[in-house]
Design a protein around this ligand. Structure first.
Ligand code: BV8
Length: 229
């Protein structure tokens, strides 16, 4: 086996204390997704959206990587082939655990974007919707996050990697948000071996060749140890 593609979701950061979206008292049970995670919501109330992401940025920066993040970084270091992590998460816990080959398909809390000129820069811990863009000075700064209705980042590179993989592993994601939820279909159609690691099996376990059930801090280190033999 030479190429492993790992898709991660909020479940891999759950045991670092960062909430998930759709579990009991998850983020989307406390916030109206359309008001804080859509371009329309941002246009209507940029201050509310910045407050929402400022709180999540603080939580993410104050959180620590857990054993699942560490195990995936170990896999990248010690596996003889390639490991690519495609994460739906916007925290930087994979990077802080030592993973280097990471694609943030839904953006990152550490990134800022100008909705006016497209300039990107490292986000301050607290973003202010009145602050001007460092490049064009327009008061149009937003978190560099992919909202619902926006196109996820690096889709071509991701799809290419999934098609070329020997193993596709989906860890800690409910498989409800597209196009990420469709990657397993691509893998399946391309004859790539598929594995799901999740606290609870998701609605489509039939699509995975293998399912490992349990908390990521236990299941992911065990799976990595198995792969590294
Ligand atoms: C797109 C932003 C076109 C940052 C996110 C109707 C109208 C408009 C759009 C649509 C529509 N119908 C479908 C769509 C498409 C839409 C979509 O899928 N909507 C869903 C709700 C139906 N998607 C989009 O709009 C996307 N863009 O489609 O553009 C396009 C597409 C392809 C090519 C070209 C153009 C954009 C989607 C991105 C939206 N932004 N985040 C932020 O605020 O975070 S999505 C959001 O959900 C997060 O990024 C999150 O990562 C993602 C997925 O959630 P999960 O990570 O899976 O988290 P969840 O809580 O759901 O599940 C947690 C899982 O962990 C559970 O399974 C649980 O069992 C497990 N778990 C919990 N604890 C543990 C654990 N596992 C292991 N161990 C534990 N301890």
């Amino acid at each position: 086996m030479q190429r492993i593609v790992v898709l991660t979701g909020a479940g891999v950061s759950a045991e670092s204390g960062l909430g998930t979206f759709r579990d009991k008292d998850g983020l989307w049970t406390r916030y109206d997704l359309s008001k804080v995670a859509t371009p329309e919501g941002f246009a209507a109330d940029p201050a509310l959206v910045h407050d929402f992401y400022n709180a999540r940025r603080a939580n993410a920066l104050d959180a620590a990587p857990n054993a699942a993040h560490d195990a995936l970084a170990r896999l990248e270091r010690e596996f003889s082939g390639d490991v690519l992590i495609v994460t739906q998460n916007v925290d930087d816990l994979h990077e802080r655990a030592g993973s280097g080959n990471v694609i943030h398909m839904h953006g990152a809390l550490t990134g800022a974007l100008c909705a006016g000129c497209g300039h990107r820069w490292p986000a301050p811990r607290v973003m202010d919707h009145k602050a001007g863009c460092p490049a064009c000075t327009a008061p149009a700064t937003r978190p560099d996050i992919v909202w619902f209705g926006e196109v996820p980042y690096q889709m071509d590179k991701i799809q290419e990697a999934v098609f070329a993989a020997d193993l596709f592993v989906s860890i800690g994601t409910s498989g409800e948000v597209y196009p990420a939820a469709g990657f397993v279909d691509l893998a399946d159609a391309a004859g790539v071996e598929t594995l799901e690691i999740n606290l609870e099996p998701t609605p489509r376990p039939d699509l995975f060749d293998r399912v490992i059930k349990g908390p990521a801090t236990q299941t992911v280190p065990a799976w990595v140890a198995e792969i590294l033999g």
